[in-house]
Design a protein around this ligand. Structure first.
Ligand code: ADP
Ligand code: MG
Length: 341
C-alpha cells in the first residue's frame, strides 16, 4: 500500500525548483544581477562572461553595497530590501522586489557575493555552493560596491544544463540583455567582456546618444521623435518614418517603466499604426518608452517580469496607436512636401 506523506521540501530543493522560473539561461542571470546593481544605485556596471556564461558570470557595480550582517540574508529566498508590505506592490519603482534571484541563482551554481558599503571599513564575501544554508563569510578585497560571481551554472541540475546552447548562442542572448538594459538606463556606464575581451562599452550619456551607441550612429536623425501624452500614459522615443521599412524586426525595443517588455497588446497597437505605411513584408524600427504610474500596471505576473498586466489595457493600446499614427502622418506630410518641392 502506498503510505504517502506530505513534507516540506528542504530550502535548497525549493530554491532549485523556483530557479526554474527565474534562471532559464545565463542571460537571465545577467538580467537579474544587472537589475540588482541598478536598484543599488550603481552608475558603473561591468559584466564579465566566460564561455557564454557556462563557466563564469561576474557582475561588478559601484552601488550602495550590502552590509556584512546581511550578506547571508541576501542569498536566502523571499529576502528583499525593496518592499515591506502588500501595498508596496502598487508603487514599485525598483526592478526587483520578489527576493528570489540571488536565492535561485545560488542554488544552481557556485555563487559568491562580495560587497563593501561605503561606510563599512572592509569588504566581505559570502560563498554559497548550490545551497542557501551554511553560507560561509570571509574578509575580501573590494572597492565600494558589489560583485556577484556565478560559476558553473546548473552544475548540480543536469536536466537544466542540457538545455544550455553553445557558448556563442548563450553569449548572443547576454549581449541582447545588456543592450536592452543599457538603452533604458543611459545615465549608467556599462561594460561587457567575453573571455577577457571587451565586447561592449557604453559610457554614461543622454538618451539620444545611448540609442545611437546601441542601434547605430545617426539612428536618431533617421527616425521620427515621438512624444505623446494621454491621461497618465507618457510615450517617448523614436519610431521609423512612414515608408521606411526594415528587412527584419531586430530594432524593436519596447520599455514599460524602463523594463524591456514583449507585450502583445502594445505590439498590436504599433502594428496597427504602421498598417499601409510600410512596403510589403517590411518591419518598423522603434525604441519606445512608455511611462505609467506604478499602480496602473501589475508587473508581478511572471517571475522574470517579462509581462505586465495593465489596469486599463485598452487605453494604453489606443495611446500607443494614436501617438505613433500622428507621428507617421506628419512624417508622411513632410515627405510629400519635400517631394513636391
Ligand atoms: P530582489 O531584487 O527582488 O530584492 P534579489 O534576490 O535579487 O531580490 O536580491 C536580494 C537583496 O539583496 C536585494 O533586495 C538587495 O537588498 C540585495 N542586493 C542584491 N544585489 C545587490 C547589489 N548588487 N547591490 C546591493 N544590494 C544588493
Ligand atoms: Mg533582484
Amino acid at each position: 500500500m502506498n503510505t504517502s506523506s506530505i513534507r516540506v521540501l528542504p530550502a535548497r530543493l525549493a530554491n532549485q525548483i523556483a530557479a526554474g522560473e527565474v534562471v532559464e539561461r545565463p542571460a537571465s542571470v545577467v538580467k537579474e544581477l544587472v537589475e540588482n546593481s541598478i536598484d543599488a544605485g550603481a552608475n558603473n556596471i561591468v559584466v564579465e562572461i566566460e564561455q557564454g556564461g557556462h563557466k563564469r558570470i561576474a557582475i561588478r557595480d559601484n552601488g550602495k553595497g550590502i552590509v556584512k550582517e546581511e550578506l547571508k540574508l541576501a542569498l536566502s529566498r523571499h529576502a528583499t530590501s525593496k518592499i515591506y508590505d502588500l501595498e508596496d506592490l502598487d508603487s514599485i519603482m525598483s526592478m526587483g522586489f520578489r527576493g528570489e534571484a540571488l536565492a535561485s541563482i545560488s542554488s544552481v551554481s557556485r555563487c559568491s557575493l562580495t560587497s563593501k558599503p561605503e561606510n563599512q571599513e572592509a569588504a566581505w564575501q559570502a560563498f554559497a555552493e548550490g545551497r542557501d544554508m551554511d553560507v560561509e563569510l570571509k574578509p575580501a578585497a573590494h572597492p565600494n560596491g558589489t560583485t556577484v560571481e556565478v560559476l558553473d551554472l546548473f552544475y548540480n541540475t543536469p536536466a537544466r544544463r542540457r538545455f544550455l546552447r553553445a557558448a556563442k548562442t548563450e553569449f548572443q542572448h547576454i549581449e541582447q540583455v545588456v543592450k536592452r538594459i543599457a538603452l533604458s538606463h543611459p545615465n549608467i556606464s556599462f561594460e561587457l567582456k567575453h573571455n577577457h575581451k571587451k565586447i561592449l562599452k557604453y559610457t554614461a550619456t543622454n538618451a539620444e546618444k545611448r540609442v545611437e551607441q546601441i542601434c547605430k550612429p545617426a539612428f536618431v536623425s533617421e527616425m521620427a521623435t515621438i512624444k505623446y501624452e494621454y491621461e497618465d500614459v507618457v510615450i517617448s522615443g523614436w519610431v521609423s518614418k512612414a515608408g521606411v521599412g526594415f528587412d527584419n524586426n531586430d530594432k524593436q525595443y519596447l520599455f514599460i517603466n524602463k523594463r524591456m517588455m514583449k507585450d502583445r497588446l502594445l505590439m498590436h497597437g504599433i502594428r496597427q499604426a504602421y498598417e499601409g505605411m510600410l512596403p510589403d513584408a517590411k518591419h518598423p524600427a522603434f525604441v519606445l518608452f512608455l511611462d505609467l504610474p506604478p499602480d496602473a500596471l501589475d508587473v508581478n505576473v511572471h517571475p522574470a517580469k517579462h509581462e505586465v498586466r495593465f489596469r486599463q489595457g485598452r487605453k494604453v493600446h489606443d495611446a500607443v496607436f494614436q501617438g505613433i499614427s500622428e507621428v507617421l502622418l506628419s512624417s508622411l506630410h513632410s515627405k510629400q512636401a519635400r517631394e513636391s518641392d
